[in-house]
Design a protein around this ligand. Structure first.
Ligand code: S3P
Length: 429
């Protein structure tokens, strides 16, 4: 598709769509709990729909009246063998978390996905789930999808995660819940990652003890349905935060932004870079806030260490931000970017370089020189939603020529209304 160029400024107010991580988990917990779970403000992106369809295929009734999602939970024991292979689409989160549920169920199922998902390593979940007793077969030594899972009786695990991954942690928590009563699994994180599974488990009446990076999960748990309101996705808000900062004459108010502190690394980084950011309202129970952001003069910085898991999905758009800041920005310790929907170190560097940016990819990140004018180019998302949205925001800085985005439909995986929201904000100046 042809992207809009040469913005005169983005202005207005926006309610950010529901958080993808929390939306997935609300369906999963709703299914494995007993009773009816009502979910408000869920993200209806393709990834979350893959999760919903997987549970429908396992016999869970899920109603959607356009506003509320009602999940008629069956408990683990009520989930049935799906009649077909489960299509996970583009969604790594669906595949890894559902594998933890399937690992304890007494039937065989197959998970498959699109060309991007078929390249994503599942050994990170398959290995520990095998240690717990599941029988899992993937393709090649990395256990790429399709994955065949023969679930059954599981036993507790004592496991140190070799990667900082909320998906692996969550998969193991779902499996640990199905171990016998009296057994306790110990999961130790490499770095603290997003805490949505732990928090939602408590919301559904479950038991979990978290102390620093150590998590204890008792087996044989019985979960009870509850009501969930999904806050807005800070990973989607990130595109507007950056757009407002770098497109001259912009001011955007973002309502309903989720501010769980395991996700707010981007706010810390842009504040340190000099962003004009204001919290207008904050709801500490819902963990959401209304944030105003204006075009600001920014300086480059270093992003590394513990900060990385707190902003891993925002690094593509932060890379674009860095091309407009003063001086150099260095991103380190982010090798996980290589195993996202695309190799985001290579694809971010290639697509922004095609637009004239000065970015050096490194083994675990990138080095970006600032204050670089961008020009029109053709960018291919390669099926990666966040590359598509990054390119669409970058195009607003291009003053002439034709900016083409190939495979733009990838954006629907996490933000189906992205271009409508862009149109609204851009039309207000
Ligand atoms: C997610 C965890 C992260 C993130 C992904 C969503 C989740 O992946 O990149 O978009 O919902 O748990 P990793 O666990 O692989 O880091």
């Amino acid at each position: 598709m042809k992207l809009k160029i040469d913005s005169r400024g983005l202005r207005g107010e926006l309610k950010v769509p529901g958080d993808k991580s929390i939306s997935h988990r609300s369906i999963m917990f709703g299914a494995i709990a007993h009773g009816t779970t009502n979910v408000r403000d869920i993200l209806r992106g393709e990834d979350v729909i893959s999760t919903m369809n997987a549970f429908r295929a396992m016999g869970v009734e899920i109603e959607d009246d356009g506003e509320l999602i009602k999940i008629h939970g069956t408990g683990f024991e009520g989930l049935k063998q799906p009649k077909q292979k489960l299509d996970m689409g583009n969604s790594g989160t669906s595949t890894r978390l559902i594998s933890g549920i399937l690992a304890g169920l007494p039937f065989e199922s197959t998970l498959f996905g699109d060309d991007s998902l078929s390249k994503r390593p599942m050994d990170r979940i398959a290995q520990p789930l095998r240690m717990m007793g599941a029988n899992i077969t993937g393709q090649t030594s990395r256990d790429l999808p399709p994955l065949v899972i023969k679930g059954g009786k599981l036993s507790a695990i004592d496991y140190q995660l070799p990667v900082a991954s909320a998906q692996v942690k969550s998969s193991l928590i779902f499996a640990a819940l199905q171990t016998p009563k009296g057994e306790v699994s110990k999961i130790v994180e490499k770095e603290k990652t997003r805490s949505h599974t732990e928090e939602m488990l408590i919301q559904f009446g479950g038991e979990i003890a978290v102390s620093g990076q150590t998590i204890l999960v008792p087996g044989g748990q019985f979960l009870i349905a509850c009501d969930v309101t999904v806050p807005g996705d800070i990973s989607s808000a990130a595109f507007w935060l950056v757009a407002a900062l770098i497109v001259p004459n912009s001011e955007i108010v973002l309502k309903n932004v989720g501010i769980n502190e395991t996700r707010t690394g981007i706010l810390d980084v842009i504040s340190a870079m000099g962003a004009e950011l204001e919290f207008l309202e904050q709801d500490d129970v819902a963990k959401s806030a209304t944030i105003r952001v204006r075009t600001s003069q920014l300086k480059g910085c270093e992003i590394s260490g513990r900060l990385i898991p707190r902003l891993i999905d925002e690094l593509p758009i932060i890379a674009l931000l860095a091309t407009q800041a003063q001086g150099q920005t260095v991103i380190r310790d982010a090798e996980e970017l290589k195993v996202k929907e695309t190799d985001r170190i290579a694809v971010v560097a290639d697509s922004l370089s095609a637009m004239g940016a000065d970015i050096q990819p490194t083994a675990d990140g990138m080095v970006i020189q600032g204050e670089t004018p961008l020009h029109a180019a053709t960018v291919n998302t390669l099926g990666d939603h966040r590359i598509g949205m990054m390119a669409a925001i970058a195009s607003l800085l291009v003053s002439s020529g034709e900016m083409i985005l190939e495979r733009a439909e990838a954006i629907n995986t996490s933000y189906p209304s992205f271009f409508d929201d862009l149109e609204r904000l851009d039309g207000n100046s």
